[in-house]
Design a protein around this ligand. Sequence first.
Ligand SMILES: CC(C)(COP(=O)(O)OP(=O)(O)OC[C@H]1O[C@@H](n2cnc3c(N)ncnc32)[C@H](O)[C@@H]1OP(=O)(O)O)[C@@H](O)C(=O)NCCC(=O)NCCS
Length: 201
Amino acid sequence: MTKTVQDEKGSIATTKGELPGELRYMQYQHSLEPKYLPAIRALISKDLSEPYSIYVYRYFLYQWGHLCYMALNPIDDSLIGVVICKLERHSSHSTPTLRGYIAMLAVSSSYRGHGVATTLVKMAIDAMAERNADEIVLETEETNTPAMRLYERLGFIRSKKLHRYYLNGNSAYRLVLLLRPVAIDSPTSPAPDGEEDPALK
Ligand SMILES: CC(C)(COP(=O)(O)OP(=O)(O)OC[C@H]1O[C@@H](n2cnc3c(N)ncnc32)[C@H](O)[C@@H]1OP(=O)(O)O)[C@@H](O)C(=O)NCCC(=O)NCCS
């Protein structure tokens, strides 16, 4: 999943600007592609060391646009934050589960630290829970303190360390939020190695 750019001291830069009023949160719709897909790509690519192709975005948005939420500036409707997810049957457990996956999350650097990502992730969790997800998983870089704090505050737990997961050599954690009891074969290991989302590898 998403990799982040760090400064020379190794910490993730966050800038706290005032929010331009109460943000508008909305579900992505296909009719909005011309208006928002370029902005979504630009926002997410900014923090990626290896940007995803347009096909990766379309893979998620064509099938699970209803699991994508955007935070918009109330003044000009410009994009401030976005979360992109998918929900699929997953069969590595003895009993197959309906697994949600948070694929991408980003908030404009000027508006970080105001809970925008928390609101977006909560909306995505609620949407996946409404569709009977058993669990929600994601990967995040181990040094990404804002993301780790956000997800752990929302109840995600570390299920696995993925050594040298990213092309830049950095490791990741797989985080999981169990929405209902899942019959897991081995202790808190929702997927064997090599089962990460192929669209993002
Ligand atoms: C991660 C990200 C989406 C968070 O967005 P946000 O709107 O600022 O998030 P929130 O305000 O909802 O919460 C961020 C949490 O991180 C904390 N935080 C922010 N910057 C931090 C820092 N430099 N060090 C430690 N904690 C930090 C905040 O205090 C908050 O935690 P708290 O509520 O427990 O205090 C944003 O930083 C981002 O877009 N980063 C680049 C892309 C990325 O890393 N995506 C996630 C990949 S999994």
